[in-house]
Design a protein around this ligand. Structure first.
Ligand SMILES: [Ca+2]
Ligand SMILES: [Ca+2]
Ligand SMILES: [Ca+2]
Ligand SMILES: [Ca+2]
Length: 491
């Protein structure tokens, strides 16, 4: 259900993207385009459009479906695990880029207690039973998946008339997500198989005019190069599926973003990629410069625990988004750490706030806390949601996120947990658009647009000053809502 919701939302986003491209295809440049919606994928299983190139030609999709238009006997997704697909509007074709299978339990494994055969019978020769399509998750020993692709908006120009695009995503396929047939790789690989960051790079000739409607190709877009970016030990070994639960692998490296020119990656890792900088293995934000091959650890935080070892504050840094090119990049992410001294909400506790920083290709500077809020003390609901995906404008000057707090708030909000009216931006306030509560539970509902560095000048009301150490479930709930918008869990 969770994925269905996301799939719907993202399908809508994909449709808008494609509709934009189609609209330009239908109308002369000088006229007002007629928007219409068209369906790109057609599957009984979920598809998620993660990103699009700047010209609207390419859309990267993750899907459990067998949604490629260029299926072959060797390259398809009948098994139904999550693969990366590339939609080329110029060709009106969908290509399957990753080609993997989950590791299944051995066929015919443990049969029940043998009963004596009452009469001689011809023993049927063992025949391989066909693998169900899609496979039964309770029969999966190690789930293999490819996740959350994003594409460089412009890509490099190797020669005139061509562009080299880079797609970044995470995968736990051993060796390479280009091809994995599901054969158990054995120890020690099969006790690792956590999610790692990968890139896929392909070069394609530009099309003169996307709006011409003339088909190009066919150009096979599955022949690009996969490159492993991270290679980390798993925080936990893979867990097989069973009647009691879905198979799971450690999502240790995830939610990658890529710069306009494809040179810089931003992602979350629970591993130490810079020395021993994340020995405690909570999620931290990292940058990777593909030109220099150097990782930069942006955040350096740690969970805190009480004398009994129970968590007081589980610290996360999640969902980095990256904009810019050359030597000027802007990074935004969400964190419940007190990174710049403005997020001590009392008792050493902090809530999820949006942060921005700049990056020159070598070093991070200007880290700043954008939002300044507290969470709802009654419900534990987060005040801010900064979901995975593109949240920054291309110039890095604007960001989009969800908040349940009134923007431009010049007076304290009404009682915590109660709906507050929409409020216009106060005179002199740096917030641009109103946000408002739609539900008493303060569920974030409204898109807030703001310049990258605004801070509220009015302190929050003291209604939630009594915030005390919360139980672990509240921390986890808060974190999940802040990074998933309350609609998507790790899966
Ligand atoms: Ca597959
Ligand atoms: Ca690994
Ligand atoms: Ca850490
Ligand atoms: Ca705060």
């Amino acid at each position: 259900m969770i994925r269905l919701v996301i799939a719907f939302l993202c399908a809508a986003a994909a449709c808008m993207l494609v509709a934009g491209a189609l609209s330009s295809a239908q109308a002369p440049a000088s006229s007002t385009p007629d928007l219409f919606v068209t369906q790109v994928t057609n599957s009984a299983r979920d598809s998620f459009a993660g990103d699009t190139s700047a010209n609207g030609r390419f859309v990267v999709i993750e899907s459990h479906g067998d949604v490629a238009t260029e299926k072959t006997a060797a390259r398809n997704n009948q098994d139904g695990n999550r693969e990366i697909f590339l939609y080329d509007y110029a060709q009106r074709r969908i290509f399957q880029l990753t080609n993997t299978k989950s590791v299944l339990n051995p066929p015919g494994s443990p049969s029940p207690t043998p009963s004596p055969s009452p009469s001689p019978s011809v023993s049927p020769s063992p025949t391989a039973s066909p693998t169900p399509t899609p496979v039964d998750p309770t029969n999966v020993k190690i789930d293999v998946s490819n996740n959350r692709p994003m594409i460089s908006l412009e890509g490099a120009v190797p020669v005139a008339g061509q562009h080299t695009y880079t797609i970044v995503f995470s995968s736990n396929a051993p060796v390479t997500p280009a091809s994995f047939d599901g054969t158990d790789p054995g120890a020690p690989t099969n006790t690792d198989m956590n999610q790692e960051i990968w890139t896929y790079t392909f070069t394609v000739a530009d099309v003169a005019n996307l709006s011409s409607g003339a088909e190009v190709g066919p150009v096979d877009l599955t022949t690009g190069a996969f490159t492993r970016i991270t290679n980390t030990p798993a925080s936990t070994a893979p867990a097989a599926g069973s009647a009691n639960g879905l198979p799971r692998v450690a999502d240790d490296n995830r939610d990658a973003s890529i710069s306009d020119d494809g040179q810089v990656l931003a992602f979350v890792s629970t591993a130490s990629l810079v020395g021993t900088g994340n020995a405690d293995r909570n999620p931290e934000v990292f940058l990777y410069n593909r030109g220099t091959g150097i990782f930069t650890q942006v955040t350096n935080t740690a969970d805190t625990f009480d004398a009994f070892g129970l968590p007081i504050n589980l610290v996360f840094n999640e969902n980095p988004c990256l904009a810019g090119s050359g030597s000027s990049y802007v990074l935004a992410f969400i964190s419940d750490a007190n990174l710049t001294g403005n997020n001590d909400d009392g008792g050493g506790l902090n809530n999820a706030e949006v942060y921005v920083a700049t990056y020159n290709g070598a070093a991070v500077s200007g880290l700043k806390q954008v939002t300044k809020t507290k969470d709802n003390v009654t419900t534990g609901a987060t005040s801010n949601v900064f979901s995975v995906g593109r949240r920054l404008s291309r110039d890095g000057k604007w960001l989009a996120f969800l908040s349940s707090r009134p923007s431009g708030e010049s007076t304290p909000a009404s009682a915590v947990g109660q709906p507050a009216p929409a409020q216009p931006a106060a005179a002199g306030a740096t917030w641009r658009c109103g946000a408002f509560h739609r539900e008493a539970l303060m569920r974030p509902e409204c898109l807030v647009l703001a310049p990258p560095h605004p801070e509220r000048s009015t302190p929050r009301a003291s209604a939630d000053d009594g915030l005390q150490v919360e139980a672990r479930w509240r921390d986890l709930l808060r974190r999940d809502r802040a990074i998933r918008g309350g609609t998507r869990a790790h899966d």
